[in-house]
Structure formats: C-alpha cells, structure tokens
Design a protein around this ligand. Structure first.
Ligand code: PEP
Length: 260
C-alpha cells in the first residue's frame, strides 16, 4: 500500500494576513512540487481566504485549525465546517491545545470529526497522551478512548479517508517539548493502526494515514518518516521557519524517492 506522505504545517495563532502571505510566498519559492508528497498549510482562520487565492494548488492544500460542529445558527464567534467547504481540504480536529485550553470533550471532538466529513473536509484527528498518563502506562488506553470515541459515527469508507495525528502532548513544543525517541513512537503508531483494524478491518487500516507530531524539525524528520506506520508529520514551531519547513519537505521527498 502506497500511502501518500503528508506534511502538515500548523502555524497555530501566529502570523497576521500579510505575514502569512509572505511566508507562503517564501515556501512557494523554496519548495518544488512532488507527486508523492502532499503539503498542507494550516494558517489562522483569517488568512485562509487570501491564501486560497494566492497559493499554487498543485503544490499546497489548506487546512483549518479548528471549526464548530454545527453547520449554522446562533453560535456567535464560531465558524462552521460548512462555511469552510471549498476553502480547505483538511481540518485539524482535537488538537491538544484545544482539548487542554478550550476543554474540548471527547463528544465535541467526535461531533467535529463528523461535521468535517459531512462537509467534505478531511479531518486530521489529533490524539495523544500527557506525560503523567505515559508514566502511568496509560498511553494505549488514552489512544483507544480518544480514537474510538472520535470515529464512532463514521462508516468504514469514511474512516479510510481520515488522517490521524499521534501527538504525545509532552513532546509538543507548546507544552513540555520533550524530545521523543523516534523508535519509541512506532509502538503507538502501530497501536493506532491495529485499533482501526479491530474496528473496521485490515483494508481500511492500511488506507488510513497516520502522522507523528511533537517538535519535529529538519534534523529528526527522517527518523520519524522511516517508522513503518508513519505516513507523515504534523509540524508546529518548525513550520514557521521557511528554511526548516522546506528542508523537512525536501528530506521527505528524498526518502520517498529512494524507496521508489
Ligand atoms: C503541533 O502543534 O501540532 C505540534 C506538533 O507542534 P510542535 O511541532 O511545535 O511541537
């Protein structure tokens, strides 16, 4: 199974509209299109519309970092997945910053995954354990709970198209930013694929793309991408630096190319 490598840049709440355009322009100059690598940029909500007009859609896709699960109504301040339909291909759902700072529950994450799918937006579902949970040997339980609850309402066909990002919270730069050992991450990635196989069968499990996220940069990208069950990366801090991010893409391409 040749799952297309996915590299996602999560700019978080950084860069205003003109700064976003400038970074996009620099990335466009540095990055060459690769048929077997997909590059997704998740800027702020405000920058999505202008960037959608500026980017080379052959090279880049856009993602929202969040959206509300209702399609419309009196939900002041929210933007729905239905409003983002046509503007983004992907939507990050259940990022740890949202679960921790905005207290997003398992049910809300589940409803957002469903809303994204309903509106033809591929959810990038983020799941991962905290440091205390890891130390208590609860990683598998946490991943199981976050995954199974989030995809509960999806059909097998819908599950086969979603993206799952394994992001151990302790490794994300916003939180502890502890350096993970790439080889130690394979266990969790495989566990996630097995969970999908248990629920939806082997054919679905082998289609699903599973990413790793947690302070990935241009130095360790190859170690993560070389893991058997790693189909790409979700990059936060390093994606704000065009040299770093374009090197990440270039290295991903070199690895993929060497396997062809
Ligand atoms: C993230 O926010 O999803 C992330 C992986 O961030 P960082 O790379 O900065 O740890």
């Amino acid at each position: 199974m040749n799952r297309k490598t996915l590299i996602v840049a999560n700019w978080k709440m950084n860069l205003n509209v003109s700064q976003s355009s400038l970074l996009m322009h620099r990335l466009d100059k540095k990055i060459v299109s690769h048929h077997n690598i997909e590059i997704v940029i998740a800027p702020s909500m405000l920058a999505l519309q202008p960037l959608s007009k500026e980017i080379n859609h052959q090279k880049f896709s856009l993602a929202c970092q969040n959206a509300y699960f209702k399609d419309e109504g009196a939900f002041t301040g929210e933007v729905s997945f239905s409003m983002l339909n046509g503007l983004v291909n992907y939507g990050i759902v259940g990022h740890s910053a949202r679960r921790i700072y905005f207290h997003e529950s398992l049910e809300e994450v589940r409803d957002k995954v469903k809303a994204a799918v309903r509106n033809d937006i591929v959810p990038i579902l983020c799941i991962g354990e905290t440091k205390p949970e890891r130390l208590a040997d609860e990683t598998s339980q946490v991943l199981h709970d976050q995954l199974t609850s989030a995809i509960y309402h999806l059909t097998s066909d819908e599950v086969s198209k979603i993206v799952i990002a394994y992001e151990p919270i302790w490794a994300i730069s916003t939180f502890d930013g502890e350096q993970s050992k790439p080889a130690d991450m394979q266990h969790a990635l495989k566990f996630i694929r097995h969970q999908i196989e248990d629920l939806h069968g082997y054919d679905v499990a082998k289609e699903v793309r599973i990413l790793y996220g947690g302070s990935v940069d241009s130095h360790d990208i190859l170690a993560y991408l070389s893991l058997e069950d790693c189909d790409g990366v979700l990059v936060g801090a390093a994606s704000l630096n065009y040299e770093q991010f374009s090197t990440i893409v270039q290295k991903a391409y070199t690895l993929k190319y060497s396997k062809e």
